[in-house]
Ligand binder design. Sequence first.
Ligand code: OAD
Length: 259
Amino acid sequence: MTPPTVDTALLQRAAADIARSRRTLALTGAGISVESGIPPFRGKGGLWEKIDPMKYAHIDALVKDPETVWRVLIKDMKEVLDRARPNDAHRGLARLEEMGLLQTVITQNIDGLHQAAGSRDVIEFHGSFARQRCMDCGRKMATADVELHELPPRCRCGGVLRPEAIFFGELIPPEHLLRSQQLAAACDTMLVIGTSAVVQPFASLPVIARGAGATVIEINPEKTPLTGEISDYLLAGKAGQVMRALVDIIEKELRETRP
Ligand code: OAD
């Protein structure tokens, strides 16, 4: 089945908003990586439909029973993330940054696909799966170097290793939270891509941007709590498809105005 085409007039409007903006930010969530083969958390086929996040993705569960959390959640996640490669949406954002049209990506994703696509200024709001940290001595190591024949994997000191990602019940690193809030308050245009916008404090960033007068553009096949309330308009479609079309328009216009 051919995917529905994205509204051309809205794409043109978004291209003009981005071209005119002096500071554009992109906020991303699990939806941007769906076309890379990583399932989202909520909705049909979402991870939280299969497992209860309060039972397996809460810091208390990890501390109490790391073996179960590794077995049920983290090991599978590692296998999915190992296979994932950036898609047109990740590449589109990297291209916008390269063209000087995007300042920073703030992502809730822990998959590292923005950096793999070439984005340089990326705030990993919920941390990263690329590194593990010993829960006893704090030693860090690359996830790629962690052996999984025994669960949970352990540090050489005997402590349990955990991903450097935020579990429910943990705080966002203050430096990430503060910088993200400052950027949101100072941007002119914000692209909000592939997030259900229900998890705080990330979901408050578009509210901050809108309150400071920015244009907020959503890219998502579905409406979210931001739609019609906080966002100015929704480019309805899959992130890869929409970003490819958007970057094509911007590149064409730049070629015409900067030959
Ligand atoms: P969700 O799974 O809550 O939402 C995914 C969003 O992506 C939904 O709005 C979908 O409509 C949309 N979507 C699906 N396919 C898409 C596609 N191809 N292109 C664009 N959008 C698409 O994911 P997040 O909002 O990222 O936190 O979830 C936020 C946080 O909740 C996660 O970081 C994680 C989770 O619990 C922690 O684990 C701490």
